[in-house]
Design a protein around this ligand. Structure first.
Ligand code: MSP
Length: 478
């Protein structure tokens, strides 16, 4: 049995989970379920990123003690993942002692590590420059537009403090080589060029500690400093496996797939591999950076008033349909625009009038015209054979497209041949057609299992009942 280690980013706890977090995590869940179905031993990790100035300030604003604030918001993520049927194997919180231990060990090892140029990987220096607390990242003047961070629309703070620095610049050649050799695959296609661009133009040594940020993990060899929150966060991929020594680590490392949004590509495809190289730890096998969505062509934000809440979607459409809808609106890997209207329309066309209607009309005819028994064993009139190839390449949108084509084919076939009429006049012929459609629905049910596991089981149960009945609508219109 092969192993498959898949991770999501760990999400900041400064607010409640939103649909962007849900998007990544549902996609990761689909890929994890698919790999399990293909008999891989899967370890699926997600969790929360709890340290740093941003979260400490949000707790203060909410007038809560920071641990309590994090507990409350971590619960909201756990609840949402439960609501969406996320089958994670571990949920790591960076405030857990198991993580803190691994971070300290990592920092200690870095302290004695050497760069490819045989210089110490860490050195002390003064950082003087800008820092955006929204990104939790150091910024240069060229990153700033009209005095603001373009992503968070806030003014970066000016820092002047003594920090520990990591000699990222010494890793330039090694990074180029790794990426050129495609040993660490960066996907989709265009993202690799983006990373090559970062390496060519944007490498500088980076501060890996902060002074005056009390909510964090202390640098083990310098208690006046806390570990920079991004370094703290990236190490979650190791700490969850019990690094440095554990059976789980030996079994599951390197990660097969770090699934992330495009906003955090540099951290994952440049800084993380350099840190791992410094400690001579194998690099992740692949990184997939998906696109970002806007809502009505604007960044989703409370102030614009265009927030789509994942809880609202689950309440309106159910968990399975929400999972499907999130991934069916635009290709995974690209940017896209969503609106509640587009989601509603897709629900009606693809699910209620598409798959739901197909299952309902076919099972209805089996129930009423053939006493609930599929008349003959015939193969499906259409082969759905691309799923494995598509999902192995993270082409979730294209896989959904293949299902939608098959559903449209079957619904058109029923209408063109007026199946509800020929069942009265040419019963034998209609029985063969109907049996073929049942075989196709059975294939669709298997195909959609990673995306809509409950609907898949529901369809399979209906089809394998001794006496088939139409049953309740799979996707009611409310
Ligand atoms: N804590 C860091 C990640 C550390 S990983 C070692 C972080 N957290 S975050 O809460 O800001 O989550 C960012 C991730 O949320 C993105 O990479 C992406 O996966 C997801 N998304 C947030 N908004 C999104 C959209 N509008 N569209 C799609 N995905 C979005 O960064």
């Amino acid at each position: 049995m092969n192993k498959f280690y898949i991770t999501t980013p760990i999400f900041y706890l400064n607010g409640s989970p939103h649909i962007g977090h849900a998007y990544t995590t549902v996609a990761a869940d689909v890929l994890a379920r698919f790999q399990r179905q293909n008999k891989q031993e899967v370890f699926f990790l997600t969790g929360t990123d709890e340290h740093g100035a941003k979260i400490a300030k949000s707790a203060q604003k909410a007038n809560m003690e920071v641990h309590k604030f994090c507990d409350k918001n971590a619960q909201a993520f756990l609840k949402l993942w439960e609501g969406l049927g996320i089958s994670y194997d571990d949920f790591l919180r960076t405030s857990e002692p198991r993580h803190e231990e691994a971070v300290k060990e990592f920092l200690n090892q870095l302290k004695s590590a050497k760069t490819p140029k045989n210089r110490p990987a860490l050195y002390e220096d003064e950082y003087s420059g800008l820092y955006c607390e929204g990104c939790e990242a150091y910024k240069t003047e060229s990153d700033i537009e009209n005095g603001l961070c373009p992503e968070h629309k806030i003014k970066p703070i000016t820092l002047k403090e003594r920090n520990w620095f990591f000699r990222l610049l010494d890793f330039e050649e090694s990074l180029k080589k790794q990426i050129g050799l495609k040993k660490m695959k960066i996907m989709p296609e265009g993202r690799q060029k983006e990373v090559a661009g970062f390496i060519k133009h944007g490498l500088t040594d980076i501060a890996i500690s902060r002074a005056n940020v009390p909510w964090g993990i202390k640098v083990p060899f310098d208690e006046s400093q806390t570990v920079y929150v991004w370094v703290d966060a990236l190490i979650n991929y190791l700490s969850a496996l019990g690094w440095p020594k554990s059976k789980k680590f030996e079994k599951f490392w390197p990660a097969d797939l770090h699934l992330i949004g495009k906003d955090i590509l540099k951290f994952h495809a440049v800084i993380w591999p350099a840190l791992l190289m410094a400690l001579k730890i194998e690099l992740p096998k692949s990184i997939f950076a998906h696109g970002y969505f806007t809502v009505g062509d604007e960044k989703m934000s409370k102030s614009v008033g265009n927030v789509i809440s994942p809880e609202h979607l689950i309440k309106q459409f159910g968990a399975d349909a929400t999972r499907y809808l999130l991934l069916s609106l635009y290709p995974f890997g690209q940017d896209g625009d969503i609106t509640i209207e587009k989601i509603n329309l897709k629900y009606k066309s693809a699910l209620a009038n598409g798959l739901g209607n197909l299952v309902s009309r076919v099972l209805n005819l089996v129930e009423t015209e053939f006493e609930g028994v599929i008349p003959v064993a015939v193969p499906s009139p259409r082969n759905l054979k691309n799923r494995n190839k598509l999902l192995e390449n993270e082409e979730i949108y294209e896989a959904i497209g293949e299902i939608e084509d098959a559903v449209a084919f079957a619904n058109q076939y029923i209408e063109k041949n007026k199946l509800w009429q020929i069942v009265k006049t040419k019963k034998e012929e209609a029985g063969i057609i109907l049996s073929g459609l049942c075989a196709l629905i059975c294939e669709i049910a298997k195909y959609i299992d990673p995306i809509m596991p409950n609907i898949s089981k529901d369809i399979t149960d209906r089809l394998s009942a001794k006496k088939i009945t139409k049953g309740e609508p799979l996707f009611p219109i409310v």
